[in-house]
Design a protein around this ligand. Sequence first.
Ligand code: GTP
Ligand code: MG
Length: 194
Amino acid sequence: MSNKEVDKCPSDLLPEYAFIGRSNVGKSSLINMLTGRNGLAMTSATPGKTMLINHFLINKNWYIVDLPGYGYAQRSAKGQEQIKRIIQSYILERVQMTCLFVLIDSRHDPQTIDLAFIEWLGENGIPFVLVFTKADKLKTGRLNANVRNYLNKLSEQWEELPPYFVTSSENRTGRDELLAYIEQINKNLKTEIG
Ligand code: GTP
Ligand code: MG
């Protein structure tokens, strides 16, 4: 199901695992990799493909949510504003949002736009999990250095670091770990509800 408005999203109360990040960071690819269904979420070499809130029902039990990417420069100012409003209202209003995964391209130094987004999450008290993407594009040493560098940067602002995963949609790195993490949360929710 795809929506422009948060109030039109599925009305059942199943837990939602949302994926967000800069445009082109690899959100849709990661969702396809996790579900093992290529072509489920639309991927593209052209950034800005995901313009809507996309819900994918998994095992009739929980949702994966593909959010539009932020920071796609080629979009008009009005378009950017619209995307920002969709993202912010989903994150702030959606009570079903159980976990927010913030995707970071593992190839780069910390980018201002991602840090600003993470800071906005902090200001609004939204917990999140970091997911480093495109790990296959780097040698292990460089990859580890970049991840460490990122966490160091965050510790300048944060007392406690978020959980994080290193992934590649190309060779399925991190798939078992991410799915196990989600399954554990689902299990805990079931126990809480009884
Ligand atoms: P928007 O919907 O535009 O915001 O982008 P997105 O974050 O959904 O990115 P998408 O999954 O469409 O991937 C963008 C580009 O990066 C595509 O060309 C993908 O093939 C490539 N890509 C994504 N993940 C990986 C990865 O793990 N490894 C490699 N090598 N390429 C990747
Ligand atoms: Mg996408």
